[in-house]
Design a protein around this ligand. Sequence first.
Ligand code: NAP
Length: 244
Amino acid sequence: MNLLDKNVCIVTGGGRGIGRATAEKFVSEGATVIIADFDESTGTDTADILGEQCTFIKTDVSNSDSVKSLIKHVKEEFGSIDIIVNNAGILQDQTLEKMDEEQFDRVIQVNMRGVYLCTKYTAEVMREQGSGVILNASSVVARFGNFGQTNYVAAKAGLEGMTKVWARELGKHGIRVNAIAPGFIKTDMTAQMPEKIIKMMGEKVPLKRWGQPEDVANLYCFLASDEASYISGAVLPVDGGVVV
Ligand code: NAP
């Protein structure tokens, strides 16, 4: 018996990084996984590697028509949507004085509006089913702020707020809604930083290492499973203790 047997799960941004590790973990626990990613080549490659339990559907989470078509397709082809991991996210860092309006808007569109759209249309299906799990990707910076990340921090803090609203609104339909807040995780998103900064940040973590995508995937898997059946409205850190 696996933790996610017979579950149909959507992982947005599942082509690489944390999303890919999550898709892999969910498949290993018996789930059918739909990778909803913008990038066709990484999405298809990941789905091919993960085998027949995994499918790729090209999706732009910030576009309403694209999200509606994803949800319709999954419902028609797989019959249910049991779990969605709203993982897709981007960075466009800049200090306030240099951040232009387009950079602000784009990060809000993908990281916050994208989560709103995916949850809105998935929740319609979950309400009908009377069950479901929604998991949102926040970050430690939502609570503490971060230099150069006005747009990103605004989106992640907004996402944590929406998580709590949806836990209240959807609980009576048997739907659990939680967010996770990773610290420093080694992916393409963070690989752009200078080596010196990467080393310095690793030293700040009480566990003295950067997290791996699998560290986050394991928490998603627990929260998605029935082992977390009384957890909703929570924001759980997976950060090696960095916020202590
Ligand atoms: P990543 O390696 O950059 O992967 C992000 C994925 O999201 C990519 O596959 C990307 O596709 C996809 N994506 C971007 N825009 C999209 C859109 N409009 N529609 C659909 N998919 C889209 O990032 P990561 O490090 O794994 O991070 C995953 C999540 O965890 C993000 O929400 C991030 O904010 C959060 N997080 C990460 C860290 C960390 O240290 N890495 C820490 C805290 C929180 P493309 O290939 O087309 O870009």
